[in-house]
Design a protein around this ligand. Structure first.
Ligand code: ADP
Length: 363
């Protein structure tokens, strides 16, 4: 194994001497470059040869947490091991929470420990980088596959449309049913593809909101109307609970409408036959509104209540007939709500139904 290239950013000559000695004893192959100021440290990091940084937080030109922040920001892929004194251990812990690989308390380390901490730090950072790269590749893959699928699905849709429009009068009914099924399946496929593209864009931070001033009551009413054809066959009832006065908010009506359709659609899909779906809009104080969608369906087991916001996650609770969902609706909804500066949460008790709430700033 070749020697680790360490950048020691430390201004105290005593500590520097001690660390150099400890390292030499524990592992003579370790190569130490040392600087006293943060500015020099950052310059040295920019050269790109450093494998790991040993960082003292109190330097002549920078003190405390900011020392870590600046170092990390200037070389996010280089692992940092913070060297702290007894008096600033808390800051060191904070640095670890913010992305430092480890911290060691001066006076409580020996060379072996120091070398081990550096090796682990390098290894962990490498694994992290590899995982991030995989995630990026996966997202790109999703995005490009979805994109490529769009055109052929649109062609199928168009072709079936032509056939359905020119059906001869003596068309056997089985054939008609099959064609209609193809048409519906193409719709489902198209919406799955749009969801995949949407989540890929959201994750890449490529979605921009088009805000305008709207009365949220209209948005809620429109979203509720969209499930009308589906509630009747299952004898479900939709109840709208809206304030008498306009509830104005600056939102992306298209995107927020989609969130509402998803939540109301889920309440309809997963709700029980003959069940009640309540949509409530409330203006809270201090520029905040709450939109709540409740059903009296099977509910969601507590352990799954966070997981349903993960991509592709679906609960084990059996549901009524109808197409199987993609498990992308809620993660997309949550991301869109968060883009608005709001939050989406769920409250549910198995057997008693679920309530999804969107808290939204109106400004
Ligand atoms: P999809 O509905 O396409 O499967 P979602 O992301 O919208 O995807 O929902 C994820 C999962 O959360 C659903 O598959 C379902 O298991 C569960 N879920 C969502 N809404 C409800 C609800 N109102 N009642 C019970 N379960 C729900």
């Amino acid at each position: 194994m070749t020697g680790i290239r360490v950048l020691l950013i430390e201004d105290n000559p005593g500590d520097t001497r001690l660390i150099r000695e400890m390292l030499r004893e524990a592992d003579p192959t370790v190569q130490v470059a040392q600087v006293e100021r943060l500015a020099q440290g950052l310059a040295s990091l920019a050269e790109g040869a450093t494998e790991v940084v040993l960082l003292d937080l109190s330097l002549p030109d920078s003190r405390g947490f900011g020392t870590f922040e600046r170092t990390h920001a200037s070389a996010p892929n280089v692992p940092i091991v913070v060297l702290s004194g007894l008096d600033d251990e808390e800051t060191a812990v904070r640095a670890v929470q913010a992305g430092a690989q480890d911290y060691l308390v001066k006076g409580r380390v020996d060379g072996g420990l120091l070398v081990r901490a550096m090796r682990y730090a390098i290894e962990r950072q490498g694994l992290q980088a590899a995982r991030e790269q995989l995630e990026r590749q996966r997202d790109e893959f999703f995005s490009s596959v979805s994109h490529d699928l769009r055109t052929p699905v649109a062609s199928i849709k168009a072709a079936i449309g032509v056939v359905l429009n020119h059906e001869p009068p003596n068309m056997p009914s089985t054939l008609h049913r099959l064609l209609t099924n193809i048409d519906l399946a193409a719709d489902e496929l198209a919406s799955l593809i749009e969801d995949l593209l949407q989540i890929a864009r959201l994750q890449a931070g490529r979605v921009e909101l088009w805000r305008s001033q709207v009365d949220l009551r209209d948005l809620v009413t429109r979203a509720a109307h969209s499930i009308e054809p589906l509630v009747e066959p299952r004898q479900q009832h939709v109840e709208l609970n809206l304030p008498d006065r306009p509830v104005l908010a600056s939102v992306d009506a298209e995107r927020l409408g989609r969130v509402l359709r998803n939540l109301i659609g889920n309440a309809q899909k997963y709700g029980r036959d003959g069940g009640r779906i309540v949509v409530r809009l409330e203006a809270l104080s201090a520029g905040e509104v709450c939109l709540a969608v409740s059903d009296d369906g099977p509910g969601i087991p507590e352990v799954e209540q966070e997981r349903i916001f993960e991509r592709f996650y679906r609960t084990s609770v059996p549901r009524a007939d109808g197409p199987v969902g993609s498990g992308l609706g809620l993660p997309i909804a949550r991301a869109l709500v968060e883009l608005h500066g709001g939050r989406l949460s769920v409250e549910s008790a198995p057997g008693l139904g679920s309530t999804f709430r969107v808290h939204l700033p109106t400004a």
